[in-house]
Design a protein around this ligand. Structure first.
Ligand code: B12
Length: 254
């Protein structure tokens, strides 16, 4: 049959089928000015195309420092689309959320913190970068198939405005089959207790970045203890892998 008819059966434009012939993907014989395709070659390609496409290959990041520098530059210039595309590509390449946070986002945030302290970066520039990262993280949260392991509430104690670590903790937990209620920053203790009971939380995860909010964190922990609600706290420099391990250990005990 002629290539144009084969293209119809394949459901593609003639030019696409022609490209496939040129690339050797579809065998065709040129007779005069017309390409002819035989039935069995066409069937083979139709079958091949109906196979489910393989999952995307796992991306291997050769040098995180290069990635960090590129992301930092996008963030400093306020190039949101480019920054988000960069982070999303890693997630699409099956790089774990823990690696994305700890190998890429946290080091970049730390660099932003240094520049802010040295006054080579304004608060506005820091806020813009933090907000872009926050929006990128929202896209990386998914709930994988499989039985949920339990329910976790994630919050930041009053007095601490650093919301990003709690978003990272939420993303890591959610992607590891925990139903996660993310409350963000400045949550009063009594509200935290109420919502934790309402959702039947297995435990509460507190993130503490501002050391000045330590007393407030400890006071929340005492209140959670009074209500027999299990809790874990992570702070600056603690690792998401440890969080996931601790949470899993807690459930195994149940
Ligand atoms: C962005 C930022 C802000 C933003 C926050 C915006 C936002 N939406 O989050 C704003 C502008 C609000 C802010 C304010 C302040 N900030 Co600030 N901030 C930062 C900055 C640049 C990034 C913070 C961040 O997200 N870091 C990256 C995090 C994700 O990395 P991480 O800490 O290792 O986090 C891991 C753990 O938390 C772990 N984790 C999370 N949950 C759990 C749970 C468990 C159980 C476990 C095991 C682990 C775990 O996962 C994370 C990823 O691995 C840092 C610089 C830095 N070095 O981090 C300064 C920094 C934290 N800020 C600092 C300061 C001083 C302040 C202010 C006091 C400044 C001021 N004078 O007003 C205020 C405090 C306001 C308040 N009341 O809280 C200091 C803190 C220094 C200190 N240790 O005392 C830093 C380090 C800057 C610096 N170099 O001086 N900040």
């Amino acid at each position: 049959m002629e290539l144009k008819d084969a293209a119809n059966q394949l459901g593609v434009h003639y030019q696409t089928a022609y490209q496939w012939v040129r690339a050797g993907r579809l065998h065709a014989e040129k007779i005069g000015t017309v390409y002819n395709v035989n039935e069995s070659d066409l069937r083979r390609l139709i079958n091949e195309r109906s196979e489910p496409s393989p999952p995307p290959e796992m991306m291997h990041v050769r040098d995180w420092r290069v990635q960090q520098e590129k992301l930092l530059n996008h963030l400093l210039r306020g190039e949101e689309s480019a920054a988000r595309a960069k982070i999303q590509r890693l997630a699409d390449g099956k790089v774990s959320i823990v690696d994305i946070c700890e190998q890429l986002l946290s080091p970049v945030l730390k660099e932003i913190g240094e520049r802010w302290v040295n006054r080579t970066l304004t608060i506005a520039e820091e806020h813009r970068a933090s907000a872009i990262i926050e929006r990128s993280l929202a896209n990386l949260m998914f709930s994988p198939v499989g039985r949920p392991k339990g329910v976790v509430v994630v919050a930041t104690p009053p007095g601490d405005e650093h919301s990003l670590p709690s978003i990272m903790a939420t993303a890591a937990l959610r992607n590891n089959r925990w139903i996660t209620h993310h409350l963000g920053a400045q949550i009063p203790a009594e509200d935290l207790v109420k919502i934790s009971k309402d959702v039947g939380a297995t435990l509460v995860v507190l993130t503490l970045t501002n050391p000045e909010a330590m007393t407030s964190a400890q006071s929340i922990e005492r209140i959670l203890d009074q209500h027999n609600i299990a809790h874990l706290r992570g702070g600056m420099g603690t690792k998401l892998r440890d969080l996931l391990e601790s949470v899993d250990t807690l459930t195994k005990k149940d």
